[in-house]
Design a protein around this ligand. Structure first.
Ligand code: DHB
Length: 300
């Protein structure tokens, strides 16, 4: 934990796929290292171009390119010496794959496990977390396989009832944390001059990130906090670019934040700046302890 007592780190998928990137990240001021979502076997991912970075957003259809769980477990062993918390993000294509991934990362030196139930780019597979009863049944099984901190990364929901059902399931099955949110699932950019989509996979449509999803992310945090009753940790991800953005997530009730698109644009030096700026903002606001403000959002 940093001197602010509020962890700021990478969102899974950004600057965390290759060994080189993971070493960069562990040496940076990121307070934790969240690995690229790993699958049972290595994957090349979707055809390129598969990532577009706009002014206020990014759109991607990466398709889970990753080195595979075995390689990431080896990398975790190598960078253990830096003594930073490490999170394994895992995604299976079946229940059995989730089980086998959980068992493998449980044996490796990860501090926590984040179940990616929300990858937007797996054509024809659908987003797992939108099948809430199936997700909760699997969470119950996976919970029994590990004593590590176990969390789930969710997509934005558009109905309060879904958030309530999911939150109640997380409480019931003792899931330790929830990461909100993954990319908004369907976004695209059209190049009007060339009259063409800017990314290739999946009809040019992929997950949206960046500032434009911040209002969506904040609303999910507020509602999950309400239905979780503050009894589980929430990690905020979605459009965080500045100390002021982080402060909004603190008020909404997150115990840490992940940086995605802004990290993609600015690289790991962003962590130092965000921490310095947050420190200054807290001094300006005369706040000694961030926990005094956690979830202290006012309502009209
Ligand atoms: C991928 C994209 C995401 O937005 C995500 O959260 C996980 C994986 C991908 O396509 O690799």
């Amino acid at each position: 934990m940093n001197s602010l007592n509020f962890p700021i780190f990478n969102a899974s998928g950004v600057w965390c796929s290759s060994e080189r990137e993971l070493v960069d990240l562990v040496k940076s001021q990121s307070d934790e290292v969240v690995f690229k979502t790993m699958t049972v076997k290595p994957r090349l991912g979707n055809p390129e171009p598969r990532l577009f970075i706009g002014r206020d957003f990014s759109v991607n259809s990466m398709g889970l390119p990753n080195l595979g769980v075995d390689k990431y477990c080896q990398i975790a062993e190598k960078i253990l010496k830096y003594k930073k918390p490490m999170t394994a993000s895992i995604a299976g294509f079946s229940e059995n794959e989730f089980i086998s991934l959980t068992k493998k990362v449980d044996k490796a030196p990860f501090t926590s496990i984040e179940l990616n139930f929300s990858c937007p780019n797996l054509e024809s597979k659908g987003i797992f977390a939108y099948d809430i009863s199936l997700s909760l049944r699997l969470l119950a099984k996976l919970r029994k396989l590990t004593k590590k901190k176990l969390g789930v990364k969710l997509p934005p929901y558009v109905q309060r009832g879904d958030i309530k059902t999911m939150a109640e399931g997380l409480l019931k099955h003792n899931i330790n944390f929830v990461t909100l949110i993954n990319s908004f699932p369907l976004g695209c950019v059209i190049d009007h001059k060339k009259e063409i989509m800017v990314i290739k996979p999946n009809d040019g449509i992929g997950g949206l990130g960046g500032s434009i999803i911040k209002p969506i992310a904040l609303s999910q945090v507020v509602l999950f906090r309400k239905y979780l009753g503050g009894k589980r940790e929430i990690i905020g991800v979605g459009g965080i670019n500045s100390a002021e953005d982080i402060y909004e997530f603190i008020l909404a009730g997150t115990r840490g934040v992940g940086i995605g698109t802004a990290l993609l644009k600015k690289g790991p030096k962003i962590f130092k700046k965000l921490k310095l700026d947050l420190h200054r903002l807290l001094i300006k606001k005369k706040i000694r302890n961030i926990s005094d403000k956690l979830g202290k959002l006012k309502f009209l």
